[in-house]
Design a protein around this ligand. Structure first.
Ligand SMILES: [Zn+2]
Length: 375
């Protein structure tokens, strides 16, 4: 049995629901310690984090990832128990197989093989592993990065093992993420009888022109790395449920996924400007969930493109789509960050699985990236 697959199976068998690690990091730490890594535990709150480093010089190349997994959903809908790794038709099934225990295993075996061949490589190899990625993400990567920064320890290059592949293995890597900001708008009016329009102020009517402008607005054109900023309304509530009452207030929740062409400040002022034209009695509360970040073309994108092409015979698309990941906590420290992992089609679903061939290839790609950067 291939070592990468064996390690993936061992990790899947540990039921590590966020923020539980269930011994996954102990397994990884032992493996890394045997290969010359210095192990350091950085625990915050309920969350266990591992920082392992081999070497004391720069550049520092880090693998980042999470051992925690999302809940299984109804057990009887799984074809095999989610924490009993099962191989069928070339696929390895189990919760976390694709997101992202397979990647963790591939990182370990890539290092093993790289170190065996190049014991005196340049710089350092590091692992930043957390068990708080699928949950609130407050005591994981974000805290480790703060701690490293405070003591002046810098990462230069980082690969996050998130399942980035889309239709075929290696077809896509993530080089950044859009920003995300939510607005909570309450429009105030005056409640009353529908038969007496002169005595009411209908907040639903007040919303009509606001809505039309917000949805028609062209926020930006995007740029080389990002698609145009998008605006979506997720909630709209008003009304008392009866026929003859004009409601006194309306609540609207909206979200913008924004490119690096915009800042939260600009978005806020443009939205406020639209609302101010049609209402002078409202509250607007903002919640910023993440700023956009981008790893521009450079050493890491070149190293990754070359490694993927060597193995799959085609270049990956550099994408900024998809949801958030811990890359958002690493990139702000000036780190070149790329997400590269298996196909994401089954992640978080019943019968999550990963191709055994793809995991084998992933390990080879990770090793080639190490060679492209540290030799
Ligand atoms: Zn993940």
């Amino acid at each position: 049995m291939n070592e990468t697959i064996k390690l993936t199976q061992q990790l899947i068998a540990k039921a590590s629901l966020t923020p539980e690690d269930a011994g996954c990091m102990d397994l990884m730490a032992e493996y890394l310690q045997q290969r010359g890594f210095t192990i350091e535990w950085m625990n915050f709150g309920e969350t266990k984090n591992l920082w392992a480093r081999r070497g004391t010089t720069t550049p520092v190349f880090a693998f980042a990832g999470h051992t925690d997994v999302v809940p299984t959903g109804p057990l009887d809908e799984w074809d095999s128990p989610p924490f009993e790794p099962t191989i069928k038709d070339g696929l390895l099934y189990g919760r976390g197989a694709a997101d992202m225990k397979g990647s963790l295993a591939a990182m370990l075996t890539a290092c093993d093989s790289f170190i065996e061949e190049h014991e005196k490589h340049d710089g350092s190899i590091a692992f930043l592993i957390t068990s708080d990625e699928e949950g609130p993400s407050t005591d994981g990567t974000v805290k480790v990065m703060e701690a490293l920064d405070q003591r002046g320890e810098q990462i230069d290059y980082c690969i996050v093992g998130e399942p980035s592949s889309h239709k075929s293995f290696g077809d896509m890597v993530r080089v950044g993420r859009r920003g995300s900001i939510n607005g909570y708008l309450t429009l105030n009016g005056k409640q009353g009888h529908v038969a007496y329009p002169e005595l009411v102020e209908n907040p639903i009517h007040a919303l009509a022109p606001i809505l039309s402008k917000m949805t028609a607005e062209r926020w930006d054109e995007g740029n080389e790395y990002f698609p145009p900023t998008s605006f979506q309304i997720s909630n709209l509530n008003a009304g008392t449920g009866v026929e003859n009452v004009v409601p006194g207030e309306l609540k609207l929740v909206f979200n913008l996924r924004f490119s690096s062409e915009l800042t939260p400040e600009v978005i806020k002022s443009r939205i406020t400007h639209i609302i101010d034209q049609h209402s002078d009695d409202y509250e607007l509360v903002w919640r910023l969930s993440g700023l956009p970040f981008i790893t521009e073309r450079g050493e890491l994108t070149n190293a990754v493109e070359k490694a993927v092409q060597d193995v799959t015979s085609s270049k990956p698309e550099l994408s900024t789509g998809g949801g958030t990941s811990d890359g958002r906590f690493i990139a702000p420290y000036g780190v070149q960050v790329i997400e590269l992992g298996p196909i994401n089609e089954s992640i978080h679903k019943i019968n999550e699985c990963v191709s055994i061939n793809d995991l084998h290839h992933l390990s080879v790609i990770y090793k080639k990236v190490l060679e492209n950067i540290l030799l």
